[in-house]
Design a binder for this molecule. Structure first.
Ligand SMILES: [Zn+2]
Ligand SMILES: [Zn+2]
Length: 350
């Protein structure tokens, strides 16, 4: 356990993270201060670390604290906070919206143009010992859910949102493209949502082995396969059927194409993965003539309570994704391990 200092993982410039003591923040009205416990490393953290930007939309102009998949223990209450007490263990939903715009009013607050999202410029992240956050976006964890699991509610919430956007329901046949952390949580949530056949694709056999432990009923290594070959193998795995829904988590052009070709007429493809290009080719004729719905997702809204229930009930065992743990002092080593593609989910203990 760290001392009373506020060691923080600060992204200084491309490829440079410094561990610095920063002032301990005090909670504003409506906020709580937390002693942080677990912070998962996300692909976006690694991308900012390497490039100081994600596309042209998110550019880090000055040093920024990383981290947004996090949990902690409440140490101080700001004025007016009534939903939490000092000592509560909480999971932190990283995006705090404005509450006033039309999207917030409609409940689609993930689309709020003024959302303040941790470790998204210009907002500092939570990879530090002490952090303050809006109390209404902190979720008290029951004793049966650990702080590490609390941090992983963040990627799990992404999957809850994706599966909701795909309308996954009992008896569905689902294709999940890409078996990285986000593909794996989608397989878990699809399974918990009642999907009975779940095919996971990837180009790495180790990841596909993991997918089998996360709800995948079938896995297929698509490396070297033609689109037609992969479509046919998936159809055979699904007992001669096409998938009802596909959740594309790789962002790779061939994978998006495979998803569109692998769902049945009237099926749905949800695009979760983001590749390096803003524009990719899609088979429009195949999509239009078969009335396939292609849907985007952006983060999540109203998904933390469901993610927490999935873990609490045991329907999702999120902790099995954690392959490495590092103390905050070894943040750089943790990021380098993630960049090398080792392991699945890497968690930093603050
Ligand atoms: Zn994330
Ligand atoms: Zn708003």
């Amino acid at each position: 356990m760290g001392s009373s200092d506020n060691l923080s993982a600060v992204l200084k410039c491309a490829k440079t993270i410094a561990l610095e003591d920063t002032p301990v923040p005090q909670p504003l009205p409506g906020q709580v201060q937390m002693r942080m416990h677990s912070v998962g490393i996300c692909g976006s953290d690694v991308h900012y670390w390497q490039h100081m930007r994600i596309g042209d939309t998110y550019v880090v102009p000055e040093p920024m604290i990383l981290g947004h998949e996090s949990s902690g223990t409440v140490t101080k209450l700001g004025e007016g906070v009534t939903n939490l007490s000092v000592g509560d263990k909480v999971a932190i939903e990283p995006g705090v919206p404005c509450a006033h715009c039309s999207f917030c009013k409609a409940g689609t607050y993930n689309l709020c143009p003024d959302v303040a999202f941790l470790a998204t410029p210009p907002i500092h992240g939570s990879l530090r010992r002490f952090h303050c956050h809006a109390a209404s976006f902190c979720y008290k964890l029951p004793d049966s859910v650990s702080l590490e699991e609390g941090a992983l509610l963040e990627p799990l919430a992404v999957a809850v949102h994706a599966c909701r956007r795909a309308h996954i329901t009992a008896g569905d046949r689902v294709l999940v493209c890409g078996a990285g952390p986000i593909g794996l949580v989608n397989a878990m949530v699809a399974s918990a949502s009642g999907a009975t056949d779940i095919v996971c694709t990837d180009i790495d056999d180790k990841r596909l082995e993991m997918a089998k432990q996360c709800g995948a009923t079938h896995v297929i290594n698509v490396r070297g396969l033609t689109n037609e070959g992969a479509v046919e193998q998936i159809r055979i795995m699904l007992g001669g059927h096409k998938a009802d829904k596909a959740i594309e988590c790789s962002g790779a052009q061939p994978s998006v194409k495979l998803a569109i070709h692998s769902v049945k007429a009237s099926g749905t493809v949800v695009l979760v993965g983001m590749g390096p290009y803003d524009e990719i080719k899609i088979p429009v004729m195949t999509m239009s003539t078969r009335e396939i719905d292609i849907r985007g997702i952006f983060r999540y809204a109203n998904c933390y309570p469901a993610a927490l229930e999935l873990v609490k009930s045991g329907k999702v065992d999120i902790k099995k994704l954690v392959t490495h743990r590092f103390p905050i002092e070894k943040t750089v080593e943790a990021f380098e391990t993630t960049l090398r593609g080792e392991g699945i989910k890497i968690v930093i203990n603050c």
